[in-house]
Design a protein around this ligand. Structure first.
Ligand code: GUN
Length: 300
């Protein structure tokens, strides 16, 4: 068996086409969606991610503002910048690129972002909203994975999904989204007893552990659909290259469908960041309109 390769680049292009259309509709109503991107320090991978995010925003017609702070910036300086962006009505989305320098408390600064502008979906109000099934801004990578799964499998209801990894960015929100899509969900992690045996029961596997090529064919049920979130740089025969958490060649012998690395989940993350920015812009415009209507009703 040779698995169907899920083309994340093509799927992301379709999402971005819809985003461009939505941006044009908003602009026709006088709303200019804008995304502020904050990068603290000069982590090489983060530099690449931020450059790509700004590039894609431009292509989608979203205005982007880049805020760079030196690695030794104080937490207070970062909190002051976030407060400024929260108060700025021309900014709809705020993305704080992670990881942050060690002296900054990640959770403290993420909680300072206005939940309505939290296009990463990391604020506890959005995390809680997601677990309650409310319509909130949801983390971009798991949202992209869910989109790929729904395009590949259709209705996910009743399927057994195994999420490998329990990070706040991917594993936990992925489990919540799959539950919302009516899957039975198992989260496997470093303390699980026999992770492989649990994974062998899955119709859907989402791998997000950051361990190069950990999951091979022996972890998979024949016909499983495999989403590989891992992006790991390895040395292979003296050359540096990117691989996922899944051993692609081995897994594609038993899986029904599988995402490649690169070209699978990666492009979806950025596409959903743009989608979240448009959603935030629309929601803020509606809230402002309702507020001015309420003021008009009370004063007219
Ligand atoms: N660093 C790695 N992935 C992400 C992400 O999805 N959002 C942010 N803000 N930083 C990241």
């Amino acid at each position: 068996m040779s698995a169907h390769i899920i083309d994340g680049k093509a799927a992301a292009a379709r999402v971005l086409q819809q985003v461009r259309h939505d941006v044009n509709t908003l602009k026709a109503e006088g709303i200019e969606p804008a995304l502020a991107v904050i990068l603290v320090g000069n982590d090489a991978a983060s530099e690449v991610y931020v450059r790509n995010k700004i590039l894609r925003a431009g292509e989608a017609g979203i205005h982007s503002l880049e805020h760079r702070l030196p690695a030794n910036s104080s937490q207070a300086r970062l909190l002051a910048l976030i407060a400024e962006l929260n108060a700025d009505n021309t900014v709809n989305g705020i993305l704080l690129q992670l990881p942050l320098p060690a002296h900054i408390e990640e959770n403290r600064v993420l909680q300072a972002i206005d939940p309505g502008k939290d296009v990463d979906g990391f604020h506890s109000e959005n995390v809680g909203g997601l677990s309650q099934g409310r319509n909130v801004l949801t983390p971009c990578t798991p949202s992209g994975c869910l989109h790929l799964l729904e395009e590949t499998c259709g209705d996910l209801s009743g399927k057994h999904a195994v999420v490998i990894g329990r990070s706040n960015i991917v594993g936990k929100p992925m489990a919540a989204l799959l539950l919302q899509a009516h899957c039975s969900v198992t989260v496997v992690h470093s303390r699980s007893n026999d992770a492989r045996a649990l994974c062998q029961l899955a119709d859907i596997v989402v791998a997000a552990v950051g361990r190069p090529r950990l999951i091979d064919a022996s972890w998979l049920k024949r016909g499983a659909v495999v989403i590989d979130v891992g992006i790991n740089r390895i040395e292979d025969h003296g050359r540096s290259r990117l691989v996922g958490d899944v051993d692609f060649d081995s897994a594609s012998e038993v899986a029904a469908a599988i995402t490649p690395v690169p070209g699978g989940v990666g492009p979806m993350t950025i596409a959903f960041l743009m989608k979240n920015t448009v959603t935030a812009a629309r929601q803020q415009a509606h809230a402002q309109r309702s507020q001015s209507e309420a003021v008009c009703l009370s004063t007219c």
